[in-house]
Write a protein that binds this ligand. Structure first.
Ligand code: F0G
Length: 364
């Protein structure tokens, strides 16, 4: 493992998350990757993934890449077993936790991580605790955590406060599976590898909360480049909701420094004010010539509706990518082909559609 800030090298371990020298989050390093896809889904890319003794899998990955226009594709991560991209990371993270002898797992979550940890933890026979911001988790996600038997820890605060709880109070008690855990991100990098198998892409638009996934996608592309599968990495564009946009704000000011905010947005999945992965995400995005931007809640809602009218129901956080695409394409800032990472299924959050007037005809 290596520190992306100071370059310190650390022997790999399930429990190494932070650089002992400077405190930055550690990266898992795959030296001279060779990619030999075999089988189906996330574990198809086993040659660049950790190899825990048993694999806790629910058939994650292998999600559809849907063509919306000649130059626009959408990677529908809502087709994963629990309805979000988190399953790609959880199959790796939970397998590692199980192999390391953990008896319980813990996550802070805006909802999807909790749903995924609850399902994979149940499949592994492990106890799962989920710390959730009270009143700000979509109904479907909460239902998933409950039905899979997780213990719910109610946090009177936002995601950032829930994550503090995990870091401060659960350390050493339960195995943490938030995105500061590099093994989880290893699974998530397979989004990039699946896209590479199907299409040559110039721009990838990703919703950003804690900023782990955009970094993971970059890492997938970089390893594919090192393995000779692609010649270059697409421009990565990270999207935040206006009311929860500390990275996009710093980017707009050209200042590589994170000033946490008190987050507020209808896109509850990315309602995060202090993203722990911001530094490595920043470096990754910068290296691709991409950027971070923000979109308003209104643009997000309109984008969700527009996608739904094309037959694709994604949750609000995921719709932010289409909102960003419309803005960038409208101002001529995009060239070539673009893929939107639609991170979660719309069914996760039925309350979000309460604002749309249904067309109901009373028949009897
Ligand atoms: N989209 C969805 C649907 C999410 O659930 C999340 C994160 C993101 C995008 C952002 O990904 O944090 O890697 O930048 N959800 C986390 C959770 C925080 O707890 O479910 P990120």
């Amino acid at each position: 493992m290596r520190c992306p800030r100071c370059g310190a090298e650390v022997p790999p371990s399930p429990l190494s998350f932070k650089c002992p020298r400077c405190g930055e989050l550690l990266d898992a390093v795959i030296e001279e990757p060779t990619i030999k896809p075999k089988g189906r889904g996330v574990w198809r890319f086993s040659s660049i993934l950790p190899q825990p003794r048993t694999k806790i899998t629910l058939g994650e990955g292998c999600t559809p890449l849907i063509r919306l226009r000649s130059d626009l594709l959408l990677k529908f991560e809502g087709a994963n077993p629990t309805g979000s991209f988190k399953d790609r990371g959880m199959t790796v993270g939970v397998s590692i936790a199980k192999a390391a002898g953990a008896s319980s797992l813990v996550v802070a979550s805006t909802g999807n991580t909790a749903a995924s940890a609850a399902a994979y933890g149940a499949a592994a026979g492990l106890e799962v605790k989920v710390a959730l911001p009270d009143g700000h988790v979509a109904a479907g996600k909460l239902a998933q955590a409950i039905v899979h038997g997780a213990t719910i820890l109610k946090i009177r605060g936002n995601f950032d406060e829930a994550l503090n709880y995990v870091l401060e109070k659960e350390a050493g008690r339960s195995y943490p599976l938030n995105s500061f855990n590099p093994w989880r991100l290893e699974g998530q990098k397979t989004i990039a590898l699946e896209i590479i198998e199907e299409a040559r892409i110039d721009n990838v638009i990703v919703p950003v909360g804690n900023a782990g996934n955009i970094y993971a996608i970059w890492k997938g592309y970089r390893e594919a480049m090192e393995a000779g599968l692609v010649e270059s990495i697409p421009r990565l564009i990270g999207v935040q909701a206006e009311g929860a946009s500390p990275i996009a704000s710093a980017w707009a000011m050209g200042r590589e420094e994170l000033v946490p905010v008190k987050p507020e947005t209808v896109a509850s999945a990315i309602r995060i004010g202090k993203p722990v992965n911001w530094f490595r995400a920043w470096r990754a995005v910068k290296a691709t010539g991409g950027g971070f931007m923000k979109v308003s809640d209104e643009e997000i809602i309109n984008a969700q509706k527009a996608l739904a009218r094309m037959g694709i129901f994604v949750e609000l956080a995921s719709a932010s990518t289409y909102a960003a695409y419309l803005r960038l394409a409208g101002s001529g800032e995009l060239s070539g082909s673009t893929v939107l990472i639609a991170t979660g299924h719309g069914l996760k959050d039925p309350d979000a559609v309460a604002r749309y007037l249904p067309r109901i005809i009373e028949v009897y």
